[in-house]
Design a protein around this ligand. Structure first.
Ligand SMILES: Nc1ncnc2c1ncn2[C@@H]1O[C@H](COP(=O)(O)OP(=O)(O)OP(=O)(O)O)[C@@H](O)[C@H]1O
Length: 305
């Protein structure tokens, strides 16, 4: 569905995207995961023809991005971060207007209201919808012409947890739609994506299924609140890496429970006080830390080791 090679985009001296390769198979849900400014939106806007790449090539939904931009646009749906709804318009009117634009039957509007749980809200103006309802309308608008490929920029940005869960359930239920989405939410990538490309500073720094990315880390993660002893932890044979933030120390270790017992003993023997302990399986944030040295959840942490 997407075959992109060496996509680059520079804005003056800002290299927003530095040579991204992307392959997406029909039916896949692929996520571009990265912090603000990583180049996710720019990548998506290039794939939608809204931005011309500085260099690189791509075939999107069977059409050449540079030679056949109109054909690409007719075959994709794009939902921008800010959406594209008119606050004074009514829900069903918006959908029917979009149907007219794409010359599909107006009944598609009511059908999509049903699919996205917007039934009963057809006569409401967009301005009166909740954030979650508006986002579902944004996405329904992107699907009016039944595109082969749906590109979503930060689908659940700013939504409360219940609205996000509801939106995710609707996205997961879309049958057979190929989706490329951007997100800086780890749980969103984990919940929705078959495959994740971790993007940082305009480049893909890791990719794979959420499970395989987490498996690559080998072992477990231990978080300790401790009064000191970081150098002891760094030199411990079962410890792969150590990240320190104030009194909180996060370790990736070979064998969680064995390492934990041994580490607590080492710290105790040296007189350091441990006030809290947490042992867990690696998350996508741990993957992000391992490849970039920073956290997506708590930017600014430093990783040592
Ligand atoms: N039109 C533009 N002119 C100049 N610089 C731009 C422009 N658009 C994006 N950039 C820069 O390119 C880089 C990548 O931005 P982009 O919006 O693609 O990141 P992102 O990963 O989508 O982040 P966010 O989640 O905050 O949107 C940033 O440094 C941004 O400031």
């Amino acid at each position: 569905m997407i075959f992109a090679r060496g996509l680059r985009k520079s804005f003056g001296d800002v290299d927003a995207v530095r040579g991204v390769d992307l392959d997406v198979a029909p039916g896949e849900v692929v996520g571009l995961l990265g912090p603000n400014g990583a180049g996710k939106t720019t990548t998506l806007r290039m794939l939608t023809t809204l931005l011309r790449p500085t260099s690189g090539t791509a075939v999107v939904a069977g059409a050449d991005l540079l030679a056949e931009p109109a054909l690409v646009r007719s075959r994709i749906g794009y939902v921008a971060q800010s959406g594209g709804t008119e606050p004074r318009c009514r829900v069903l009117e918006e959908l029917e207007f979009q149907a007219d634009l794409y010359r599909v039957p107006r009944s598609r509007g009511a059908e999509l209201c049903e699919v996205f749980g917007l039934s009963g809200l057809e006569r409401r103006t967009v301005a009166t919808l909740s954030g979650g309802q508006r986002r579902k309308l944004d996405i329904a608008l992107g699907l009016v012409h039944s595109p082969a490929l749906l590109l979503l920029d930060e689908p659940s940005l700013g939504l409360d947890p219940a609205s996000r869960d509801d939106l995710w359930a609707h996205l997961r239920a879309l049958p057979g739609t190929t989706v490329v989405l951007t997100t800086h939410y780890l749980d969103e990538a984990d919940a929705l994506c078959d495959r994740v490309l971790v993007v940082d500073h305009g480049a893909v720094v890791a990719s794979g299924t959420p499970a395989s990315l987490k498996r690559q880390l080998r072992g477990d993660v231990i978080t300790l609140e401790v009064s000191g002893g970081v150098s002891l932890l760094e030199s411990h044979p079962l410890v792969h890496s150590v990240a320190v933030s104030g009194s909180s120390v996060r370790l990736t270790v070979a064998d969680g429970s064995r390492a934990l017992v041994s580490l607590l003993r080492v710290l105790d023997d040296a007189g350091f006080e441990v006030s809290s302990v947490e042992l867990h399986q690696p998350t996508l944030d741990d993957v992000f830390r391992a490849v970039t040295g920073r956290s997506l959840e708590l930017p600014g942490r430093v990783v040592v080791g």
